[in-house]
Design a binder for this molecule. Structure first.
Ligand SMILES: *Cc1c(COP(=O)(O)O)cnc(C)c1O
Length: 355
């Protein structure tokens, strides 16, 4: 499919002070759009000036949450190229999300081609500062113009770009996390595996309550027994218990993170054992009480690795590794970012240049 390009005639003024970029509030000059309907399939792939959307008030996305999204980054490597990290994995996952949410699947190669062209066109928007990046947000919405509940007949695929600041502007410091035992994020058979909007709307309440108590995020338990560890807000979770790295197995309610997958592959490649299995909250509490929980860290695109310094359960707070980043978390952060930013050679073929 041909991708049409209509360039803006009124380019926006780019932010000068990269330390004030923040996250997700500034957008570039262009966006990618593609339409779908059940008879014609995907068509009219185009890069157009960034603009507000005009959609029918009855659109499926507005009423029944027909929405899926992805999140990845483009960034400047040390040799001056603009690269992305495993973008084909994002489109693969997005297609799985589409299948779960009754939205149309798409050609991942075409999406990647469109993404590269969009980033190339807005390349001047990729910030230069250490740790800064161009955050990439692909999403699909259902756009049927009537109120019946059904698999959509019409949809649109978008990609928007947002120059964003370094996640660790204040240094790689451990966060306080609270195990959530009231709300649940997802259940097996539900939508936890899909990156879909509704999952996040439903998680906001617990997040707010945690924040009021001074925690950065919640750690979710499984939705059936509230007994097994699942993941954090937009990160998967890993632990080092008595010298062994463990992470919850993907049992259907956990988002299969690309950072999680990359860390497991990296560890495997280095001959470091890591286990994917169910981890009960009781096991974790016992490990914290006996002092065998050596490290805990979240992993996801935004932070890469986010060490956990305090984990709270009920009215108890446990300090992990004296509240400092542990050697494994540090090693994983250093290794992944070294590959991403081109400071170390990429033996895995994970880094994809934009051109
Ligand atoms: C996106 C996301 C992750 C992390 O996935 P990455 O591909 O590593 O960025 C983990 N959990 C949830 C709920 C997410 O939305």
């Amino acid at each position: 499919m041909e991708i049409k390009v209509i360039k803006t005639t009124v380019p926006a003024i780019k932010p000068v002070d990269e330390s004030k970029l923040g996250f997700g509030s500034i957008f570039t000059d262009h966006m990618f759009v593609m339409d779908w309907d059940r008879t014609a399939g995907w068509h009219d792939a185009r890069i157009v000036p960034f603009a507000r959307l005009s959609i029918h008030p009855a659109s499926t996305v507005l009423h029944y949450g027909a929405e899926i999204f992805e999140g990845l980054k483009a960034y400047r490597t040390v040799d001056g190229r603009i690269c992305m990290f495993r973008p084909e994995e994002n489109f693969k996952r997005m297609n799985n999300s589409a299948l779960r949410m009754g939205l149309p699947t798409f050609d991942g190669d075409l999406a990647l081609e469109a993404l590269k062209r969009l980033v190339e066109l807005d390349a001047d928007w990729v910030p230069h500062g250490e740790g800064t990046s161009l955050y990439i947000r692909p999403f699909i919405i259902g756009t049927d113009e009537h109120l019946g509940v059904h698999a959509v007949e019409h949809a649109q695929f978008y990609i928007i770009l947002s120059p964003s600041g370094s996640y660790y502007a204040g240094g790689l410091s451990p966060v306080k996390i609270m195990i959530e035992s009231e709300d649940v994020r997802a259940v097996r058979g539900g939508t936890g595996e899909a990156k879909c909007g509704g999952n996040y709307a439903a998680s906001v309440r617990a997040g707010e309550r945690a924040e009021e108590k001074g925690f950065a995020q919640v750690l979710w338990l499984d939705g059936v027994e509230r007994k097994f560890i699942e993941e954090v807000g937009a990160m998967n979770i890993m632990f080092k218990i008595a010298g062994k790295i463990v992470t919850p197995a993907l049992t259907g309610s956990i988002l299969p993170g690309i950072t999680r997958k990359s860390i497991l592959e990296l560890l495997h490649h280095r001959g470091i054992e890591a286990e994917e299995r169910r981890i009960s909250v009781d096991e974790l509490v016992a490990a914290m009480e006996s002092g065998t929980l050596e490290e805990a860290w979240g992993c996801g695109t935004a932070a890469v690795v986010s060490p956990v310094g305090v984990l709270a359960y009920g009215d108890k707070e446990y300090v992990i590794n004296n509240g400092r980043i542990g050697p494994t978390s540090q090693m994983l952060y250093d290794s992944l970012t070294a590959i991403q930013w081109g400071r170390e050679s990429d033996e895995f073929g994970w880094v994809v240049p934009v051109k």
